[in-house]
Design a protein around this ligand. Structure first.
Ligand code: CA
Length: 355
């Protein structure tokens, strides 16, 4: 006798009636003081390893009662500054120098980090669109579920360290998660300012609810993101900003006694509308005419798209749809229709209705 359609639906898309055995196991005790490194193990049964597990590195640094911060890097596998910063932090933090707990995931999307790719080579998913995840889902969905159901509820603060990745270079900045509750947005903004970056940017991700930061903020955690250059490499200035910012957030959370000096009054920008994203209308070779952080006027040429197959045709001019500041630029020169070539942020947050 077959399973009823409604039950099939429940199995594949809905929350099961009883909590399922998730096959996720953390091999360190998060309630123990001191410094521990281990793994989140997720049962995984591919062709080459029938009874194996995905091993996601996790570090706990704990000293008694106090606030808890969860920090992840490698959400996208080709974003590297945060991965280095968290490994450095894990090695150099004496538990006696803090109160409360720091939980680090330096390579949270482990398969994508190993492959140096944005998306997971196991299930093809973008981990930052897999939240809140599912205990019976694909590997990315199971990792996301471990965070949203097990790790985030232990914490009051969440820091998600992104860079531009292979396809973008981004103005190094702290990112404010905009929440439905204005008080939560204000708390996220204060924490982003405390990070000490020169630039703080409100990014509403066009309302995207499936990100790690949107999920943490919905769960009530004070949440900060970063964008740290990118282009598929490691930028030393962005790495230094990241490491300084983490110390500052630890102080802001009351976990470390003091932070490190950062920008006193950051420039505040917003990426709040679809017009911020400038997409290639045709295939060709992209030549930028502006640089990161540069002010631009509406209708100012941002880039040229050349067609080497039509040498007598003038290059297509990509013009700014907004007055603002260059926040992100596509890194590879080859473009196809729909590729994001530039993102223009606008000054302030109040005018965008984000604060
Ligand atoms: Ca990213």
């Amino acid at each position: 006798m077959g399973i009823a359609f409604a039950d099939q639906e429940k199995l594949t898309t809905g929350a099961p009636a009883a909590a399922p055995a998730s096959g996720v196991f953390i091999d360190i005790d998060l309630d123990t003081d001191g410094r521990q490194a281990g793994h989140v193990r997720i049962a995984h049964s591919p062709h080459h390893d029938a009874w194996g597990a995905e091993m996601i590195p996790i570090v706990s640094i704990r000293n008694g009662a106090g606030p808890t911060i969860l920090i992840e890097a490698g959400n996208h596998g080709d974003e590297y500054e945060g991965q280095i910063a968290l490994a450095n932090l894990a090695r150099t933090t004496d538990p006696r120098s803090i109160r409360g707990q720091i939980i680090l995931l330096p390579a949270v999307n482990a398969p994508a980090v190993r492959a140096a790719q944005r998306c997971s080579p196991v299930d093809g998913l973008n981990f930052n669109r897999a939240f809140p995840g599912h205990p019976l889902g694909t590997l990315s969905q199971q990792i996301a579920h471990c965070l949203s159901a097990t790790l985030m509820p232990r914490a009051q603060y969440f820091l998600d360290l992104h860079s531009g990745g292979s396809s973008l270079s981004i103005l190094p900045s702290a990112i404010v998660e905009t929440a439905r509750d204005p008080a939560a947005t204000a708390a996220n903004f204060r924490a982003a300012c405390a990070f000490g970056a020169d630039t703080v940017v409100f990014v509403n991700n066009l309302g995207e609810p499936r990100t790690a930061t949107a999920t943490a903020s919905r769960l009530g955690l004070v949440t900060v993101g970063t964008e740290l250059r990118g282009g598929g490499g490691v930028d030393n200035a962005a790495l230094a900003m990241c490491e300084r910012g983490i110390r500052n957030i630890l102080a802001h959370a009351g976990i470390a006694a003091t932070g490190q000096a950062g920008a006193s009054a950051p420039r505040v920008l917003s990426v709040a509308e679809a017009g911020a994203y400038h997409l290639a209308p045709k295939t060709g070779v992209l030549q930028h005419l502006v640089g990161l952080g540069q002010p631009v006027a509406r209708d100012e040429p941002l880039a040229l798209i050349h067609d080497p197959f039509a040498p007598f045709e003038p290059p297509l001019e990509l013009r700014s749809q907004l007055s603002g500041v260059v926040f992100a630029l596509r890194h590879p020169a080859g473009v196809a229709p729909g590729n994001c070539c530039a993102v223009i942020a606008t000054e302030g947050a109040e005018t965008a209705g984000l604060l």
